[in-house]
Design a protein around this ligand. Structure first.
Ligand code: PLP
Length: 444
C-alpha cells in the first residue's frame, strides 16, 4: 500500500537508499549506473562531500527566511557567481525552485518589460513544436510537446509554435545545413509577420533540445539568424537552458557555442546538481533597468525563492565545477563518450542517429537506418521498453519521444555526471548496447 502519487499509479518503484559518484543503490541491494544523471540533473554525481558540507553548514546557521524581509549570503554569492560566468550585460539573477518556475518567471519578466517600456500590446509568445519548457500551465503552454499538453489544452494560454531546428528529421533530401538553417529560422520571421510584429513579446527556445527529442543541437548559424530576426522586430530572445545549461554541453552557458546571447536565460537542473531543488533566471541590464526605473519591482514571487539552503548547495556545486575545472573535463570526456557511442552502436541497424554536445547525448531508434530511418509505431513504446530493459540491467537512461504530429520517433538521452571516467563510459556503453539488442529481440 502506498499513499504517494508515483509517476505510474500501477506500480511502486524501488526505494533509493544510497549513491556515490555515478552509482546508485536501492533498498533491495540492486545497484545502478546513473548514465542520465536522473533527468540531466546530477552533474557532480552523488554524495559529493563539499556540497553535503555546504548544506549542513547552511542549515546549522539558518535554513529559511522569507525574501520579503531578508536576503542571504549564499543567495547573493550564487547570483554573483552566475553573473561572473555570464557574458556582459546578463547581470541580474532571480532564484527560484526549479525549471518550470524559472520559465514562468522568464515569461512574466518579458511581459512586464514591455509594459514598463510602454508596449502593453506585446504579449504573444512564439516557441517551437519540438520543445519542452516545463509542466506548470504557462511553461506547458510554451512547450510544443503534444502528448504532455493534450489533456490540459483548454487551460493553456494561447502560444504559437514554429518549426523546430532538427536537421536529422526535418531537412529535405540533399538540403545542406546552411539552407536548412535559413529555412528553419525563416519560420520565425513568417510567424512574426503573420501575428504582427508589434504584438510579439518573446521567442522561447531550448539552446540544445532535450526532453522532447534527445539532445538536438541547432545547425550552424541557426541561432545567429534567430538573434537577428528577434532584433529586427524588437522581440526578446529567451533561451531555456534548464537542461543544457551549467556546463552540460562543455560550455557554462550552452548559447556560448552559438556565438549569440539571449535577453533572458533560464537554468535549473545542473545548477544545484540535484542536491537541492533550485532554478534561476538571468536577465540583461536592459530588462532589469526597465523595471527598476519604472515600477520599481518585478510583480512576481514565490515562498521559496532564493532559499538559503538551496543557494548554498548550488554555490558549492558551481564552485566545485570551477575549482576542479570540470568544464574542460566535460569537453574531453564528452568527445570520448561520443566516439565510443558511435564506434559501438554503428553496427546496429536500429540506431538512426547519435547527436549531442559535451555530456548530453541522444540516440535515436529507427526501424532500419539502411531503409529510410522510419520511426517505430507509437504503440511499440520502444524508448520506454529500452529504459526498462536498461534499468533491469543496472543502467539508468532517460527515454523520450518526438512531439510533432503527436509523436515522431523514439530516443534516449544520456547525460552522465561530469566526473564519469573513461572506464565508466566504456561500461555504460557496453550495457546500453546489450540492452538495445535485448529490447529489439523482445519486440521482433
Ligand atoms: N525546461 C526544460 C528545457 C526542461 O528540460 C525542463 C525539465 O525537463 C523544464 C524546463 C522543467 O523543469 P522542472 O522539471 O524542474 O520544472
Amino acid at each position: 500500500m502506498t499513499y504517494l502519487f508515483h509517476r505510474s499509479l500501477n506500480n511502486t518503484p524501488p526505494a533509493i537508499v544510497g549513491g556515490l559518484g555515478i552509482n546508485l543503490w536501492d533498498s533491495a541491494g540492486n545497484t545502478y549506473i546513473d548514465a542520465s544523471g536522473g533527468a540531466a540533473v546530477s552533474c557532480l554525481g552523488h554524495g559529493h562531500p563539499a556540497v553535503i558540507a555546504a548544506i549542513k553548514k547552511q542549515v546549522d546557521e539558518i535554513a529559511y527566511a522569507h525574501t520579503g524581509f531578508f536576503t542571504s549570503e549564499p543567495a547573493e554569492k550564487l547570483a554573483a557567481n552566475l553573473v561572473q560566468s555570464a557574458p556582459n550585460g546578463l547581470n541580474h539573477v532571480l532564484l527560484v525552485s526549479g525549471g518550470s518556475e524559472a520559465v514562468e518567471a522568464a515569461i512574466k519578466m518579458a511581459r512586464q518589460y514591455y509594459i514598463e517600456k510602454g508596449y502593453p500590446q506585446r504579449y504573444n509568445i512564439i516557441a517551437r513544436k519540438q520543445s519542452y519548457h516545463g509542466n506548470t500551465l504557462g511553461a506547458l503552454a510554451t512547450g510544443g510537446n503534444i502528448p504532455r499538453r493534450e489533456n490540459f489544452l483548454p487551460l493553456l494560454i494561447q502560444t504559437h509554435h514554429i518549426d523546430p531546428c532538427f536537421y536529422f528529421r526535418y531537412s529535405y533530401d540533399q538540403e545542406d545545413e546552411a539552407c536548412y538553417a535559413e529555412r528553419a529560422a525563416r519560420s520565425l520571421e513568417n510567424k512574426i509577420l503573420e501575428l504582427g510584429p508589434e504584438t510579439v513579446m518573446a521567442f522561447v527556445a531550448e539552446t540544445v533540445v532535450g526532453a522532447t527529442s534527445g539532445a538536438v543541437p541547432a545547425v550552424l548559424d541557426y541561432f545567429k539568424k534567430i538573434r537577428e530576426i528577434c532584433d529586427r522586430y524588437g522581440i526578446l530572445l529567451i533561451l531555456d537552458e534548464v537542461m543544457c545549461g551549467m556546463g552540460r554541453t562543455g560550455y557554462q552557458w550552452a548559447f556560448e557555442a552559438e556565438g549569440i546571447q539571449p535577453d533572458i536565460c533560464t537554468i535549473a537542473k545542473g545548477l544545484g546538481g540535484g542536491y537541492q531543488p533550485i532554478g534561476a533566471v538571468i536577465a540583461t541590464d536592459e530588462i532589469y533597468d526597465a523595471m527598476k526605473l519604472g515600477s520599481g519591482s518585478f510583480q512576481h514571487g514565490h515562498t521559496y525563492m532564493a532559499h538559503p539552503t538551496a543557494a548554498a548547495a548550488a554555490l558549492a556545486v558551481q564552485e566545485t565545477i570551477q575549482r576542479e575545472n570540470l568544464l574542460s573535463a566535460v569537453k574531453e570526456r564528452g568527445d570520448y563518450f561520443a566516439q565510443m557511442l558511435r564506434n559501438s552502436l554503428e553496427d546496429l541497424d536500429c540506431v538512426g542517429d547519435i547527436r549531442g554536445r559535451g555530456l548530453l547525448w541522444g540516440v535515436e531508434l529507427v526501424q532500419n537506418k539502411k531503409d529510410g530511418n522510419r520511426p517505430f509505431s507509437p504503440s511499440v513504446n520502444l524508448a520506454t521498453k529500452l529504459k526498462k530493459t536498461a534499468f533491469k540491467n543496472g543502467l539508468i537512461i532517460y527515454p523520450n519521444s518526438g512531439t510533432i504530429n503527436g509523436r515522431d520517433g523514439d530516443h534516449i538521452l544520456l547525460a552522465p555526471p561530469f566526473i564519469i571516467s573513461h572506464n565508466e563510459i566504456d561500461n555504460v556503453i557496453a550495457i546500453l548496447k546489450n540492452s538495445i539488442k535485448e529490447t529489439m529481440m523482445d519486440i521482433d
